[in-house]
Structures are given as structure tokens and as C-alpha cells.
Design a protein around this ligand. Structure first.
Ligand code: ADP
Ligand code: MG
Length: 703
């Protein structure tokens, strides 16, 4: 232990300044304390970890005349005037004009009427504004920028790097800067160094105190880089340490089941299928069966683009378990998808005489009771369901295999709950979201990975077109022509303000308009999240049977639904969706060897949205899109990975910091290999920190 470690040893004591309640930090009044608490900041130590989300680098200031379209920058100028108007649609619009000695920038704010008074008061003052620049022949503007009033006499000449913190409503940038500064003064000296000295030397990482100081108040850009790198490394390191320990706990503490593998399996399985397996499917089935045949418990992620044929692969795994006299469970994120799997698997498993049941929330209590009984006595060999599988009092006689579809919809802990119903069963996680390698390492670092990198033969890319409102009539005519040919179509409408009820209402209105005015002679159907499960299933059943020509749907159809004759899709307000979601959606129509058509309706205002739509027009490869999406949106937004509870990364960016991730991962796995329980005295602080950050992840399955 180094001297500084010893000083820091009582880090978790009550009297450690790091644990000072935030309200006792200088400059924090009762109301500020409440606002900070909203952001999860309770103590002085939390303030130290409240990192800036960006910096205004005034050493690199841009003048208004030099601004380029689409870039995100900070501009400093004097407020030269403001005006308020109403748009045609009745929205309030405030325009403020910011000037420097090279030109004038228009700042536009929607529905923030109160700003009129604010800006009138600030006339002639120095302001900084941060946002995306839009250059047009009519001038330069920024829509809804972040802005703040500046104190200085002449901020253009105070060349500094200023931190910009994430705020909540009512909390001011100036306040946060001041109280973070005070928190640093109060407790920086008491922050413990967690990374072993040798490790820091190997990767040239600066000490924790220097890093914290410079992340908040960088002396210069170089120091800021070093500080960030150190903190990013630490974040990745603990995450990877958690994953390494979890992987070890899963694999080495308890032996898994060694399923006996029949020699003639491949032949029998292939003979029962209506199509030939692709090479990729065969390879992946072999990987899975090799895992299942060994005593090591399988923990494998199966990735494949939408429509790559993961269900067949799952079926092979299921049969392997059943052959050996074990039961299998398949968990899907939605009732529609569970039902769909149930239908597909009933068909595929028919030649094998398997007893399988569906267990979802909407099954009547009586029916559930029967399924539960048959699972408990072992007659039911395969159960397919939603999270009802973990919520209900479901017990198995001999659960040997757990398959989880569309994993990104479930939290890591839900995965564990189902697994715990068996005696260390093998686990196969399937994801249609092609996860970039870096992210896979981060989120699924405890899993082995198999990839289906090939689509069934004859699949043509979906032809995708971005259309604008003015083309609407043409789009409808096109859809009508396809319907006349006997094809079926989806019209997808997006979430309205993240509100299911409003969304359902919007979908219903769209449905009424399409049936009443646009396609009066066609059979239009409707499905949305507010409908009962049976109602939804009935609609899907009718769509599948061809009794509905055109289905108006919310994103409930996003995952997994498989209706081969539906080869046309129109997505309303496509600019409100991310790349990955749009790709998932159009995957619904890439289900046959006929060319499918997808129309993305959008009149986007941002450069980002335009870029997304153009990318989708040009690219049909899920893996490439996933990388692009990750780059555009950042990992937190990527497919709800935030909910999985794993990506609580404050600073680290799995794309931009991929190299640091690799280094941290190598260190973490090597450390766990050398000291599996982190029992050595010099590793004790690491273990304590790990328990603090990732307790449930590491220790949830082991007592
Ligand atoms: P996903 O990977 O999206 O879950 P599915 O397993 O639902 O894909 O398969 C998509 C469609 O492709 C299904 O209709 C399935 O029957 C079909 N399919 C799967 N594998 C093959 C194959 N090797 N040849 C032809 N069709 C296949
Ligand atoms: Mg699927």
C-alpha cells in the first residue's frame, strides 16, 4: 500500500469529507440541494463525479462569419435584440440576435415565451450560445441553443476552457460551477487512488486527484485529455472487472450440464426443415452444440441481422436439450412475439412430437395452472412466454436450457431470474440488434458470441425511399398498386411524446383516415400497445391469414413479427426514430424472396435526421448501421442499453474510447485470472469499490 492509499483508507467512514451531505458544501442552499438531488447528487463526493458534459474552449473561439452549416459550436457575442412572433401552427417563436465583430447570429427558441422578457433585460450583455449551426442564404441561425449570460467584461479575450455541466430545470450553470469548485476544495485531498500503481504506470494514467481537478478545471487541452483518459479507463476497468468476475462465477463455481450429443442430429434436423440451412446457421449450431455438450455452462450471445434465421438455430438448441431429457424455456419481450414463436416452433417441432405451451400474461388463470402443473411434472418439454415466465410462480422439473430472444429488451437481472429456475442451465441469448463489437464487449462482456453473418439465399435488400409530405399522394398511389397485386403493407406511426395513450389515439386517427378516405376499398387493420393481448393477437392472426391488406401499427411490430407476404412499409414521421429502430422495422418486410419496399416519410429539420434517412436509403447492412447509429447517438441511447443497468458510464464512450476499453478489459481479465476473488490485500480497495458499483451484477447468482 502506498502512503496515499493509507491516507485514503477510511474512505467510507462517516467523517470522510467526501460523504459530506451536499447541502453542507459552501454555496449550496436548501433549494439548490433539492435540485442537485434530482440529478442524484447527495454528497460532496457525488459533486466531484458530476462531470461536465462538454467544455467551452474559448481558446478556440469561432467568429460568426466563420460558422459552417451543421457544426455544433459555442459562439460568444453581445445580445443585439430580440423579437417574438407566432408561427402559422400557433407556436410561439422567439428570435434573439447575437453579434460579434464579424456578423450576426439568429437564435431561435420555440414555445419559450418567457424568454422575451429575459432577453429584453439582457440587451447589450455578453452571451454564449451552444448548438447546431444552420447556414442558409438568409443568414446563420441556431435553433434552441443552450445559452448563458457571461459575467466578464470581454469574454472574447479571456482564453480559458470552461466546463459546462448537465443541469436540471432551475439549476444554473454558474451555481454548479461554483459548488463543484467548493466541493473540490473541500475533499479532493481525501479521494482514494483505486488503480494499482503498476497498472497506472503501464498505461501512463495520471493520479485520481490530478484527473478530477483537470476534468473540472482543465489547465489546457492536453491536461484535459489526460484527465479524461484516466477517468474513462477507470470506468471501463470496473465494468470489465465486474464482467470478468461474473463470467468466472458462472463458469467455474458450478459445472453446467453436459448434454449428450447424438451423432445423427444434423441429418435428422435438416431432414425436418423445409429449407437448407445456410453455412452460417450450420456453423453457429455447431458452436452452440459444442457448448452444450461440454460441462461448462453455456452463456452465449447469438447475433444476427433481422431475418437471418435465428429461430431455426434456437430450435436446434432446444432439440439438443430435449433429446437429453431436459426442459427448455424461451422468453420473448412481447406477447405478440411470444405467440409468434409459439406458432413457428409448434410447426417446426411437429415431426419431433414435442409438448410445448405458451405462457403469457393474458392466458386465463386456469390455462396457466395447467401449464404450471405440466412444467412441474416434466410433461411440458418447452415453454414459450414473456416475463410471465419469471413473474409467475413457475417451477420446472428439469430445466436445462434457457433462451432469451431480443435480449436488449430485458435487463441483465431478468436474464438471471429465469436462469435461477434451473440447475445452472445453459443460456442462449439472441439479439436481432447487431451490436458493434465494442458495445458487445461492454454490455455482454460475460458472454461468448456467435454471429450469423449471412441471410437466407435469395433475400434482396429492402428498397428504401425517403419521401416528403409533398409526395404523400404519390406514395399512397404506389401502395394502392402493391395492394392491388395482392401484397400486404404496414403503415407505422411513432410514439407520440413517449405516451402510449396519445400514440394509440394518433394510430386510431390514422387508421380511420386511411380506411375512410385513402383506401376505402381495402381492408385496413389497426394494432397498438393499448389494445388487449388477445385483441392484438387476433389482429395479427387476421393479418397473417391475409384478411387484412394494410395494417396500421405502432412500434409493437418492431421486433420479430413474421408475415412473409407483407412486403411494403410506410413509416410516418420517420425522423423521430433512430437508425437501428428503422432498420428493425423494415426487417419486418425482408421476409421473402420478393423485393420489399420501405417508404420513410419525413420533413426533418436537423442535419442529423437528414443524414440518418440518407444512410438508410443507401445501406441495408445491420452491422454497418449499428456502428453508424452508435456513432450518431451514443451508447446510452443505443437500443435501451441504458435500461440494462450496465452502461452507467459517466464519461466513457464505447466508440470513441474503444482502445481504452480494450486495455481496461485486458487488465481486468488478467487481474481476475491471477486473483479470482480479489482476495489479496492490495486488491481489497478494488473489491470494495466493485461491491459498491456492481454488486448485483457480480454476486447475484452466487450466494
Ligand atoms: P430472425 O433472425 O429475424 O429471428 P427468423 O428466424 O424469424 O429470423 O427467420 C426469418 C425467416 O427466414 C423465417 O420465415 C424463416 O422460416 C426463414 N428462414 C430461416 N432460415 C432459412 C434458410 N436457411 N433458408 C430459407 N429460409 C430461412
Ligand atoms: Mg427472431
Amino acid at each position: 500500500m502506498t502512503a496515499s492509499d493509507q491516507q485514503a483508507a477510511p474512505a467510507r467512514h462517516r467523517d470522510n469529507p467526501l460523504n459530506t451531505p451536499a447541502c453542507f458544501v459552501k454555496g449550496v442552499g436548501p433549494s439548490t440541494a433539492l435540485l442537485l438531488a434530482k440529478r442524484g447528487i447527495q454528497t460532496a463526493g457525488d459533486l466531484l463525479l458530476h462531470f461536465p458534459h462538454r467544455y467551452d474552449d474559448r481558446t478556440q473561439l469561432r467568429r460568426i462569419a466563420q460558422l459552417r452549416d451543421g457544426e455544433k459550436v459555442t459562439v460568444i457575442g453581445r445580445l443585439a435584440g430580440c423579437e417574438g412572433t407566432r408561427t402559422k401552427k400557433g407556436r410561439f417563436l422567439i428570435k434573439a440576435y447575437l453579434s460579434d465583430d464579424t456578423g450576426t447570429l439568429e437564435l431561435v427558441f420555440f414555445n419559450q415565451w418567457f424568454l422575451k422578457n429575459t432577453f429584453t433585460r439582457l440587451h447589450g450583455k455578453w452571451l454564449s450560445a451552444y448548438g447546431a449551426v444552420e447556414v442558409s442564404p438568409w443568414g446563420v441561425r441556431m435553433a434552441n441553443p443552450e445559452w448563458e449570460e457571461l459575467d466578464e467584461e470581454d469574454p472574447l479575450h479571456s482564453a480559458r476552457i470552461t466546463p459546462v455541466y448537465p443541469l436540471t430545470e432551475g439549476l444554473y450553470q454558474k451555481t454548479v460551477r461554483r459548488v463543484v469548485q467548493n466541493a473540490l476544495a473541500l475533499c479532493l485531498d481525501h479521494v482514494a487512488e483505486l488503480l494499482p500503481e503498476a497498472m497506472r504506470a503501464r498505461h501512463r494514467l495520471v493520479g485520481i486527484r490530478e484527473a478530477l481537478l483537470n476534468i473540472h478545471h482543465p489547465e489546457d487541452a492536453g491536461k484535459l485529455d489526460l484527465a479524461r483518459r484516466r477517468l474513462v479507463f477507470e470506468e471501463f476497468f470496473f465494468l470489465q472487472l465486474a464482467l470478468a468476475m461474473r463470467k468466472r462465477n458462472l463458469q467455474e463455481d458450478k459445472p453446467g450440464i453436459a448434454f449428450p450429443l447424438a451423432d445423427d442430429f444434423d441429418r435428422r434436423f435438416q431432414a425436418a426443415l423445409p429449407f437448407a440451412l445456410t453455412t452460417a446457421q450450420q456453423r453457429v449450431i455447431a458452436e452452440i452444440r459444442a457448448d452444450m455438450g461440454s460441462t461448462r455452462a453455456m452463456n452465449r450471445l447469438l447475433q444476427g441481422d433481422v431475418g437471418s434465421g435465428k429461430t431455426v438455430v434456437a430450435t436446434a438448441a432446444i432439440l439438443t436439450a430435449l433429446d437429453a431429457g431436459y426442459q427448455a424455456a424461451l422468453m420473448a419481450p412481447t406477447e405478440i412475439l411470444a405467440e409468434q414463436h409459439y406458432l413457428t416452433l409448434s410447426r417446426m417441432l411437429q415431426p419431433f412430437g414435442v409438448e410445448l405451451h405458451l405462457l403469457i400474461g393474458s392466458v386465463k388463470p386456469k390455462g396457466k395452472q395447467i401449464v404450471r402443473e405440466r412444467l412441474a411434472d416434466g410433461r411440458c418439454q418447452l415453454v414459450i412466454g414473456t416475463h410471465a415466465l419469471i413473474q409467475e410462480s413457475v417451477g420446472f422439473k428439469k430445466l436445462g436450457l434457457v433462451i432469451i430472444d431480443e435480449q436488449h429488451r430485458f435487463g441483465v437481472l431478468q436474464r438471471l431470474e429465469l436462469v435461477q429456475k434451473g440447475l445452472n442451465p445453459d443460456v442462449l441469448v439472441m439479439s436481432a440488434t447487431p451490436i458493434p463489437r465494442t458495445l458487445a464487449l461492454t454490455v455482454y462482456g460475460d458472454l461468448d458470441v456467435s454471429v450469423i453473418d449471412e441471410l437466407p439465399p435469395g433475400r434482396k435488400p429492402v428498397r428504401t425511399f425517403w419521401k416528403q409530405e409533398k409526395d404523400r399522394a404519390n406514395v399512397y398511389r404506389g401502395i394502392e398498386r402493391f395492394l392491388a397485386e395482392g401484397r400486404q403493407a404496414y403503415v407505422v406511426c411513432p410514439l407520440v411524446e413517449e405516451n402510449e395513450r396519445l400514440t394509440a389515439q394518433a394510430a386510431t386517427e390514422l387508421y380511420e383516415r386511411l380506411q375512410g378516405e385513402v383506401f376505402p376499398t381495402r381492408r385496413v387493420g389497426l394494432i397498438h400497445g393499448q389494445m388487449g393481448a388477445w385483441e392484438k393477437q387476433e389482429v395479427m392472426e387476421r393479418f397473417r391469414a391475409g384478411e387484412i391488406d394494410l395494417l396500421v401499427a405502432t412500434t409493437v411490430i418492431e421486433v420479430g413479427v413474421d408475415v412473409p407476404n407483407a412486403t411494403v412499409m410506410m413509416v410516418e414521421n420517420a425522423d423521430r426514430f433512430g437508425l437501428a429502430t428503422l432498420h428493425q422495422l423494415r426487417g419486418r418486410i425482408r421476409r421473402s424472396d420478393r423485393t420489399a419496399y420501405c417508404v420513410l416519410m419525413a420533413d426533418p429539420s436537423t442535419a442529423d435526421a437528414k443524414h440518418r434517412l440518407r444512410t438508410l436509403e443507401q445501406c441495408d447492412d445491420g452491422f454497418r448501421l449499428a456502428d453508424e447509429d452508435l456513432r450518431l447517438r451514443g451508447p446510452g441511447e443505443f437500443y435501451g442499453t441504458r435500461q440494462s443497468g450496465l452502461l452507467n458510464l459517466r464519461l466513457a464512450d464505447v466508440v470513441g474510447d474503444a482502445h481504452t476499453l480494450e486495455l481496461a478489459r485486458r487488465e481486468a481479465f488478467a487481474l481476475v485470472k491471477a486473483d479470482p476473488e480479489l482476495a489479496l490485500p492490495e486488491h481489497r480497495p478494488l473489491r470494495e469499490e466493485l461491491e459498491r458499483r456492481y454488486h448485483s451484477l457480480v454476486w447475484a447468482t452466487v450466494s
